[in-house]
Design a protein around this ligand. Sequence first.
Ligand SMILES: O=C(O)C1=C[C@@H](OP(=O)(O)O)[C@@H](O)[C@H](O)C1
Ligand SMILES: C=C(OP(=O)(O)O)C(=O)O
Length: 448
Amino acid sequence: MLHSSYQAQPLTVHRLKQPLKGVVSLPGDKSISHRSLMLASLAKGVTHVHGLLEGEDVIRTAEAMKAMGAIIERKSEGEWVIEGRGMQGLQEPADILDMGNSGTAARLLSGLLASSPFTSVMTGDASLRKRPMMRVIAPLSGLGATFLYREGGRLPVAIRGVGNPSPITYRLPVASAQVKSAIILAGLNCVGETVVEEPVVTRDHTENMLRHFGVPVEVIPQEGGGRIIRLKGKAHLTAKDILVPGDPSSAAFVVVAALLVPGSEVTLKTVGLNPLRTGIFQTLLEMGAQIESVGEATEGGEKTGTLVVKASNLHGVEVPESRVPSMVDEFPILSVAAACARGTSRFRGLAELRVKESDRLSSTFEMLKVNGVEVHIEGDDLIIEGREGPLPGGGKIETHMDHRLAMSASILGLVSESSVFIDDTGFINTSFPGYFTLMNGLGAGFAL
Ligand SMILES: O=C(O)C1=C[C@@H](OP(=O)(O)O)[C@@H](O)[C@H](O)C1
Ligand SMILES: C=C(OP(=O)(O)O)C(=O)O
């Protein structure tokens, strides 16, 4: 929550004149970490989670599940133990649940709260309180749950849940794994079968983890690329240990830095490579990036691999709208890569970027523009005129409480002629604690 006592953490970034070198392990995947805490809290038995992301967003989920009676303990860095309550065991939280900066926590929890026989209230920080909740409130109302919310479906939201909800059949109007997951989580407690149709496929960590906990989830591929997901309610989850892979969305910052700083070579160990998350790597490869994946494995339904990245001369690229869900959080950092790539890049259909921690379409546009990059927005498309060599830089970047903007801006600073000023880097802790330490270990030289 952005309290009045919050102290912004500004940073000036200077051009890096030496290569980035080294081997790193990334913090755990944010999507998988949220889901580990929620599903383990619903399971019967004790779940050990290894590699949990200890970013502020995930800690909000841990606090919320504790407020509903789950016993959650941190044993050591990334090692957490969760004693679940069983499907019927969640209790009414005694106070307001504060989801901080996290859209994933707020949307997924809505599904659990709507299908539990008690009343709860959720809020968030100034960024989250601007983000749309109607996308989950509308389908979850179909269960019989009642919602009270601010104008336009904004947090704070009060939810009167139902204990034995009727299942729904729902076709997603937006490509959103958060909406899909909220409905699936609610479906766990419904009497009967929940059906979700996604015309465009989104990350499937909820489906994978439910299977890991012993719940059958039927996924039927559709002609034209979509999927139908079917789940029988009154399900039973059985505790099972979880190994969280490194977050590919966090990896993207390190990868782009290594590609752009001349002479760099960086190895990123055990990165999550779920094919519904790897649009960024596919796009960078199309731009001429040298990225190699070695030692691929699958654990808990999630593919992983080690990435070896070498500095590369990039060229412009076109990203089709159909690829957006597989890299929805990566456009700010991809834009930095495109600004340093020969020729024009066009990213199509970025409407969803407008409802993230900031309006990422306009905040990314501004970040590039104030640093001398030629950039345009046409409808929901972003067009970037790239150039080889360092960017002009010299701009003041406003991050609008957006961690991805802050990290993208820091990489932009490393490859800019004139120093770049970032108004606040504090929100990086929501998804990538230790970001500057990790980058400085590779030689980035951020002056903190
Ligand atoms: O399900 C998830 O864990 C997430 C889904 C995406 O949001 P949408 O579902 O709104 O696209 C993504 O932006 C977010 O960082 C994490
Ligand atoms: C959009 C993001 O997260 P959330 O929706 O969980 O706030 C993100 O991490 O870029």
